[in-house]
Design a protein. Sequence first.
Length: 308
Amino acid sequence: MKNLFRTNKQGHNKALWNYFVKGTPRRRQWYAARLGAKQGAPLDARQRLAKELAASNDSHEIPHRDGFAVLPPGTFPEVDDIVGTAREIIAARESEITPGNKDFLQQGYLDAAHLSDDSPFLRFALRDDVIAAIARYLGVVPVLAKIDVWKSDNAPSQHHASQLYHCDWDDTTQLKIFIYASDVDTASGPLTLMEAEASDKLRASIGYTYGRKGYRVSDEVADRVVGREPQHEVTGAAGTAVLADTSRCFHYGSRVQQGGQPRLVGFFQFVTPTSFLFPPEGYKQTAPYRGLARDDHSELVRMVLGAV
């Protein structure tokens, strides 16, 4: 009987996790709704504020049918500083970053302990128009879950892991923002996204489950089911910003070709309050940036940081 109550590192019962979170889209939606019901008034407040933002701000639209938007360099004033700082961080920390389980992608360059209000990364993440665009898309004021700097480089291994089409398990819908800190062409392994509606078709066709057998999908299967038209290789100059729902959109990246320039990225993750990253009781005790919230911050900023 004891094993029935085992929990995972996110604090969820393992049996429920394997059935719902790693299950079909319908099961995941049901479980997220149950988590939301436990949050009550705080979740209602986030949804109300998201509606107000949607009515008052019409910039930076993320089309729901696509699940992503690409914004050119110069859209946000902080981007130049993010590009320059990301390059400096990678150059300074290259030798001390421990290789992870992906030989083609190194993460963890940004030390979150050094984030402050004047950091271009935090200033960008807390911009009213950035938050408004994400809140309009998600239908709720998001929680900031991750800020980092990544480097993708050529690796001798065959394409595997996140180099293959997949959908992220950590929420039913979310927004990740990739700010290219280097010029990215086909040889640099650009982020490749499948439109959300085409992704729905692919999931239905193959009986997709999140994190189980078939979690990674080959190019051949994707091409056969949806064709090439809804698949988008996102190249662009340094400063290009890609806002993508990686739970709804199949995607892959980091296929850096031999001789191709490494891809440098400033990375941001915004999730809903019912994200599976958080324990069943909610985000308030574990939101990673809640300690940065101050009393003089607006209610919106405090929500995004996970303090309220």
